[in-house]
Structure formats: C-alpha cells, structure tokens
Design a protein around this ligand. Sequence first.
Ligand SMILES: *Cc1c(COP(=O)(O)O)cnc(C)c1O
Length: 455
Amino acid sequence: MPDLSKLPSVDQLLQNPKLKDVIHSFGRPLSLKALRDVLDNCRYEAIQHKQPIPEQPEIIRRTKNLLNEWLSPTLTPVINATGVILHTNLGRAPLSLETRAAISGISAGYNNLEFDLQTGKRGKRSIHASRLLSTLTGAEGGFVVNNNAGAVLLILSALAKEKNVLISRTQLVEIGGGFRIPDVMRQSGANLFEIGTTNRVHLYDYENALKNEDIALVLIAHHSNFKLIGFHSEPELPEIVETAHKYGVPVVHDLGSGALLDTANYGLAHEPTVFESMDAGCDLVSFSGDKLMGGPQAGIIIGKESLLKSIRVHPLARALRPDKVTLAGITATITHYLKNEAESKIPVWFMISRPIESIEERANNWREYLGEGKVLEGRSTVGGGSLPTEEMPSFLLALSPKKPDAFLKILRQANPPIIARIENERVLFDPRTVLPDQEAAFLRQLLIALEEEES
Ligand SMILES: *Cc1c(COP(=O)(O)O)cnc(C)c1O
C-alpha cells in the first residue's frame, strides 16, 4: 500500500506559488474545495487501487482541471449545420445585430422599465411593446409574456376559467416539448367543449354548439408541426369568426409560429400570418417571439383592448411577465418589420430568403478550403413548429468519414461544437444555417476534426 503520509497537506500546498495562481484565478473558497476533493480522490485511489501518491504539481494540475470543469458553462454557442432554421433544440431564432445591441444596451444599466419619463411617476412595463405591436399589426393593443405557451394559458385563465371553450378535435394537438393544447386548456380551468372529429370539423359544428351551449370563447389552434392530409376539412378562419361573432362569442387564435412575412414568397407553402388572423376579425391572436418572428423567446398577444384589459390584470400576467431584456429584444425585432427590412436583418428570414446560388457557392468554397468532400443537392427545413413536410432546395457539403457517428461526436466536442446530420453514411453540412460570422470557426474546427478522424 502506498505511503499516505507522502500526500501533501493543504497547508503545504498553500505555500506552492502554482496553487497561489490558481487561487488568484478561481477565488479561495472554491479552489480549496476543489483541492480537498482532489486530495480525497488521491487517498481513495491509493487505498483502493494501489495508485502511487502524486507529486504537488500533479495535484495542482488536477485541481485546476476540476475547477475548469465546474465552471465551464453548460449553455454554450454551437454552429448549426443541420439546415433546420428554427431548431428548437438549438435555441430557435438567432437574433439580429440590432436586437442584440438593444438587449446589451438595456441590460447594462438602469432603464425606464416601469417609470414614466413624462410624469416622473410609476409607469407600466406593458406599454413598451404594445404601441409598436399596434402599429405593426393594426391591433388595438398588444401584451408580451414569457412564451406562447404562457400566453395561451393566460388568455384562457383570464377569459374562460370554469367556462366552456369551444375547440375542434382536429386541433387537440401536441406541439412538442410537452405542450398539449387540451392539457393547457384544462390547466387554465377552462372546460373543453370539443366539436368535430379528428379529421373533420364543419361550420355547422361550430354553429350548433354556439347556438345551443353556453360558450365563453372559441379557441383556434394552429396545427404547427402536424399536417392533416387526405379526407380532412376545417372551415376557413373568417367563416368561424363570423359565426362566433353572430353569437357574441370572441375568437382566440393561437397562431403558434406568428409569421409576419409570407413564406409563399420564398417557394414554401403558405404559413398563416398574423395579418390574416387580424383581417379575419379574430379578437385575440397569440404567437411566439422566437419562431418565425425571429426574435427572443416571448409570447405575444395582440387584439381587442376590452379583452387585453382583463388579461393584463390577471395574477398569472405577473407570473409570466417578461423582463427588460426580452422587451428590448422584442421591440428591436418588431422595428425591423416596421422598417421593411426584416428579410435582410432578421437571421431567420435572411436564411429563408438566401438565394440558392449563394448557398451553392458557399458549399463549393467549403469543399475547396477543406480539399475534400462533395457538394450535393439537398434540402433545408424551417422547423419551429411551422410548415411540416415543407423543404427548401439547398446545396450541402457531404463528407465521408470512415465512422460517421464517431465523426459527429468529434464535431460535437469541437469548440464551438458543430451540429450536423448523417444521411446514407455521409455527414452533411448545410450552409444555409451556418451564420456568416461563424464560418471561419466552422471551417477551422472542421479541418481539425478531419485530421483527428484520420489519425
Ligand atoms: C410553438 C407553439 C406553442 C408554444 O409556444 P412557445 O413559445 O414555445 O411557448 C403554442 N401553440 C402553438 C400552436 C405553437 O405552435
């Protein structure tokens, strides 16, 4: 058994200038905690596995490694080479330069979040996005919460607790990540009044229920990442709204993605837009800030002031309220739409609108730089609970490493990590979703990974 008395004490180690450097970098309490962990481990290894007692430099090296491990953030930027633009697992929408600047500017110091600069009195946080949302959409008002799941929960809690909410069975969907329309409805305390069948609902289903039952609200939920094909039908939105209004019942549209530009202009299927819901006469419309709108995570509610009034004062509104960072980011993103510059400034739309020639050129440049691989025709997708089964033509760089899975793992451990996909034993990289300012790091890391894989 190794001689445990050879193990240096904490006091002895504290005299070592190398440990003093560590303490200077990491602070004394945490450094000592790590040092004690390392010493305990040395003792254990010596007794259990007859390992020799390490020298001081080795103990200090291990301490530093442990500290680096403890402090390395789990949340870190990655390079998305998957071609899925709104990748929920990869943080959805990347933000525009102006949005990031607004966030950084507002988070650095104090601000008038709840302070009226005109009167010098207490102000309302809800005004910051409301006016811009009205200007953009023509709605009477707007209200921002933390995310769209929260928006739907808040709307139903404020307007339909213990009341009947009419919903078609074609829309009792699970969006993913545990968001199920019926569960959220129940959670709000609303009673689901279901009409239609899984595949079909008719205007008379709405009409019958509205005429004969005590209905507080009609909820229409966008199918999002789910598509009904074959023998399927739902009435048009304006027809439903007209019918509901005939009986004095408000209509809430959970739009999900919240497109403010028309995806059909980019060779994609049409994704319902916020403007169409407003034109159809919906009383409230809710959507995410970080799906097709392309901003930070948020839930956005727009519509009639008479309904927004009850929503703003509901206790859940306080629990779901956005912080100054979100509000700064959302307003900066909305500004791009108002200035008609969304396509060039908002990364999500920049990627969607990228000309195919420029994607092909980038893929070719990549291959040239790496000196290997093939450029293939391929497909990118929008993702983010919009446009299921829709794809955009793209050009991909395909590499053929000996072990594709192992290569993908090497890429995930790169700094920054690169996320790619495998198809037919080939590793594919889609230039569409690799952000321009990540390109240099992407190629550098890819080159290192290729060398590693060959060795
Ligand atoms: C994505 C989605 C939600 C949830 O939105 P989050 O912003 O992710 O909370 C709710 N409803 C629909 C229809 C959606 O597509």
